[in-house]
Design a binder for this molecule. Structure first.
Ligand SMILES: [Zn+2]
Length: 145
């Protein structure tokens, strides 16, 4: 998918133009201005827009798809890991507080604090769960992957 007439296809800055567009998310007007100001090469924004409409190679699109998928997986993994860590901490708080509650030597004040800790940790767990469920169902509605 290369056009002999297209200024972008034939530009030595094609790779950079495509990177600005896909990686940095620049619009065709901004790219046109940048290429002119940086290299003195005059490519109209219409030519750039046309290039992205018709000449982007299948190979590049596959690469973009692959990288986007990879980035999403990494983000998901990070979130899942951090939620896992949060849960571990909350579970530990609950466990320690339960021991205090059962400890016959614990003072009334200690039991009161332990009770509050358990309540707060459970509440936090519940909130995190609810949040992740909402996120999951929201993304189900928006995207079909
Ligand atoms: Zn082109």
């Amino acid at each position: 998918m290369k056009s002999k007439k297209c200024k972008v296809c034939n530009s030595e800055y094609r790779a950079e133009i495509e990177e600005l567009y896909f990686v940095k998310g620049w619009g065709s007007r901004r790219i046109s201005k940048y290429i002119y100001e940086t290299y003195g090469e005059d490519i109209s924004h219409a030519a750039i827009a046309n290039h992205f409409k018709h000449h982007v190679s299948e190979e590049l699109l596959n690469k973009i798809e692959e990288e986007t998928t990879k980035a999403c997986e990494e983000i998901y993994h990070k979130i899942a890991t951090s939620i896992g860590d949060d849960f571990k901490v909350l579970s530990e708080i609950i466990e320690i507080s339960m021991q205090d509650m059962k400890n016959p030597k614990a003072s009334a004040r200690m039991k009161e604090v332990a009770g509050k800790n358990i309540f707060n940790a459970m509440d936090m767990k519940h909130k995190i769960l609810k949040l992740t469920e909402e996120k999951a169902s929201a993304s189900d509605d928006e995207f079909e992957i």
